[in-house]
Design a protein around this ligand. Structure first.
Ligand code: SF4
Length: 361
């Protein structure tokens, strides 16, 4: 997938950190890497060169290498340090995987993110070293998107910019979202969408987007955010950011995910929906609804990182289902889904209007 394999070398990177430290160098949720690793080819691109100069000026340790030094420590130290390591590379694989049900294709803007959600889907796809990555060859990536759009004209082709990351934390360095939104504003048959928890993206508010980009905010109940979404903006901050998005004229959506079916789930998801309605009077956002699921690989990693995790990870309580990417996952039993569907569809219709649930899985 990447320009070079991140395989082990003899000299390990030993982080200067302790196990309990969370984002010591972050002001609020602003991402500031502790070290930056450049693949040599990235320096052939203007963005790579600019980033190199910027991090040099900011005195952030830089390495130029084809082999990212592995991090030494216990699983949690390795995980935290990987989340503070920014890798600047060239995206060589320009095949875009499908992205059902949210879009036609994944759009590879960045990967990973500095957040630490216990349930994160990246535990399955990125493994134990989820380095935060920026790709410097955005023009080539956009060009590939254009070719896919042309193949389907006059149908609209949609691209998901957050399939493997939350793209906002690296935006201040890459301006990739900005460039992508501006690019899609000129696309008659292409649409861009991304979903985020991080909110520092005000540079995107004044763009001439022409309604071709949809912002969605990932939300959950206060209980779930507090219990499992570490290092991410709180619910009220996300709702305030959603309001700014609407004021900027962007189409708005919410991703409620993962939905957990705990004893008070109906009461608390109802409170969440009412809170959204109070924050955005008169707005009719779309809703994407994803119930909690986990893979065996994710479970193993979650329990290494958070041995006392209270996430519901009991396979006996779930149903096994094969997914579109060739691996299976444990989902809630299908008998529970009609009740979940009824609850969300009724509440969303009552508060926001009909036809706003894009999908529930
Ligand atoms: S914000 Fe999203 S991508 Fe980042 S850790 Fe949380 S779930 Fe994963």
């Amino acid at each position: 997938m990447y320009d070079n394999d991140l395989s082990a070398s003899d000299s390990a990177y030993v982080p200067n950190t302790n196990d309990h430290e969370i984002y010591p160098s972050f002001s609020k949720f602003t991402f500031r890497p502790r070290r930056v690793v450049f693949y040599p080819k990235a320096l052939d691109y203007p963005l790579g060169k600019n980033l190199y100069e910027r991090f040099r000026r900011e005195e952030i340790p830089i390495e130029i290498t084809n082999r990212v030094r592995p991090i030494y420590g216990n699983p949690r130290q390795v995980f935290l340090e990987a989340k503070r390591t920014l890798v600047v590379g060239v995206r060589k694989d320009l095949r875009f995987p499908t992205c059902k049900p949210s879009a036609d294709y994944q759009f590879p803007l960045t990967s990973s993110c500095p957040g630490q959600c216990e349930y994160c889907y990246l535990h399955t796809t990125l493994g134990s070293r989820p380095y935060v990555r920026i790709y410097v060859n955005l023009d080539e990536i956009l060009n590939q998107a254009d070719q896919l759009i042309v193949q389907k004209v006059p149908n609209i082709t949609t691209f998901e910019g957050a399939a493997t990351s939350d793209p906002v934390p690296t935006e201040k360095y890459s301006r990739s979202l900005q460039q992508t939104i501006e690019h899609f504003s000129n696309q008659e048959f292409g649409r861009f969408r991304f979903v985020i928890k991080f909110t520092e993206a005000d540079n995107l508010l004044n763009l001439d987007h022409r309604g071709h980009t949809t912002w969605r905010f990932s939300l959950n109940t206060e209980r779930i955010i507090k219990q499992y979404e570490f290092g991410t903006p709180r619910l009220t901050e996300r709702l305030q950011a959603a309001k700014r998005t609407v004021n900027a004229g962007y189409p708005l959506g919410f991703l409620i995910a993962p939905i957990f079916l705990y004893p008070e789930w109906q009461k608390e998801y109802s409170e969440l929906l009412h809170q959204i309605a109070r924050s955005l009077p008169g707005v009719a956002p779309t809703f994407e609804l994803i119930t909690h699921r986990f893979t065996p690989r994710a479970k193993k990693q979650i329990l290494e990182l958070w041995p006392a995790s209270t996430l519901p990870l009991d396979e006996e309580q779930r149903q096994y289902k094969y997914g579109q990417f060739g691996y299976g996952k444990y989902i809630y039993p299908k008998e529970t889904m009609p009740e979940v569907r009824r609850f969300f569809e009724e509440n969303i219709r009552g508060l926001f209007g009909a036809g706003l649930v894009s999908y529930l899985v």
